[in-house]
Design a protein around this ligand. Structure first.
Ligand code: AHR
Length: 329
């Protein structure tokens, strides 16, 4: 395995390869991958999956970490074009603003694969998307909440006849934040008893534990301490931060406030085992093997699906103890 730093790209860039197979016309394949950053436990698992899969496939991976800045991702993609990599893959931090740089990749004849999050670009600017269905994740989160609240038959904490929901949103403008909000809200509107719920507070926690804690603290201080029934956190890391804020406010997370989050990382399973969270909706980060397989097919001139979603489940607290040992991230 070879590791080398590479100049001229946005964020930190490194190259990793094992030196076996993964070839096109007898030459080792090089993929330039622009990762958006390292904001969560989930993101770490996704980065690891991509690096390991490249190594296993004998593909030379030029990896660039954009440190949460779209401009760094654009710089990295331009650097990959200048280097003449065989294929470019990237995880767009936000949905919009990619047309110009992807046209440059197209003009250079370099195929592009969009990974994990979505980008709003025309179909001719990418060959394939590999990702997760964020609208379905939001819908599953609401459906689980609705079922649970029916079973528990709780009285709304703030009085009245509506359950008050607080939402910790992800990165502003990210497809997964928009999709999870859309899925959750649409499921709430479509539910038979959807009028029993109201979204009382909603703010971005930027997908980080620290910001999740800070925003939850401010929700609790601005009246939420006595009124919030449900927390929908758009990722597990923010929920783990929020749990600390809820405990510091003298409440019991998972009991006084029902918590559903998205990702399915080990930390969320442990929180459920500890009785501090109630459900995690899976968003599968193990995207590396599919990315490498797709890249090889594209470079061999084979047909690939334009959009492939990863398999994802829903894990409520009652299965956490049994499931945690099997979790890979
Ligand atoms: O794009 C996937 C999301 O980004 C994950 O839910 C979150 O944890 C990550 O930071």
């Amino acid at each position: 395995m070879m590791l080398a730093l590479c100049a001229g790209c946005g964020g930190g860039e490194e190259s990793a390869s094992s030196g076996d197979s993964g070839s096109k016309d007898g030459k080792q394949i090089t993929i330039g991958y622009s990762q958006l950053g390292a904001e969560s436990e989930w993101r770490t698992a996704q980065t690891e999956s991509i690096k390991q899969a490249a190594k296993d496939a004998g593909i030379n991976l030029q990896f660039s970490d954009a440190q949460q800045k779209q401009e760094n991702q654009i710089k990295a993609i331009r650097s990959f074009i200048a280097q003449g990599v065989d294929l470019i893959a990237f995880t767009p931090i936000v949905e919009t603003g990619w047309d110009t740089v992807l046209k440059e990749a197209k003009d250079a004849g370099i195929p592009v694969v969009i990974v994990d999050r979505d980008a709003k670009v025309s179909d001719d600017l990418y060959v394939a998307k590999i990702g997760t269905d964020s609208v379905a994740e939001g819908r599953k989160a609401f459906e689980w909440v609705d079922q649970y609240m029916k079973e528990q038959n709780k009285t709304p904490r703030g009085g009245g006849d509506q359950y008050q929901i607080a939402v910790l949103e992800g990165t502003v403008g990210a497809s997964v934040s928009l999709g999870r909000s859309k899925g959750f809200n649409e499921a709430m509107q479509a539910a038979e008893d959807g009028s029993k719920y109201t979204i009382a507070m909603s703010q971005t926690g930027e997908f980080t534990r620290q910001k999740g804690q800070e925003v939850m603290e401010s929700f609790l201080k601005s009246g939420g301490r006595d009124t919030i029934d449900i927390l929908f956190s758009q990722n597990d890391d923010m929920a783990l931060g929020a749990i600390q804020a809820i405990e510091a406010a003298g409440l019991q997370p998972g009991k006084d406030i029902v918590i559903v989050s998205v990702d399915g990382v080990k930390g969320a399973f442990q929180a459920m085992i500890d009785g501090k969270s109630n459900c995690t909706v899976e968003c599968n980060p193990l995207q590396g093997p599919l990315l490498m397989e797709t890249a090889k097919k594209i470079l061999n001139g084979e047909q690939v699906d334009k959009m492939v979603y990863m398999d994802e489940g829903v894990f409520p607290a009652e299965v956490a103890e049994k499931t945690l040992p099997e979790r890979k991230y």
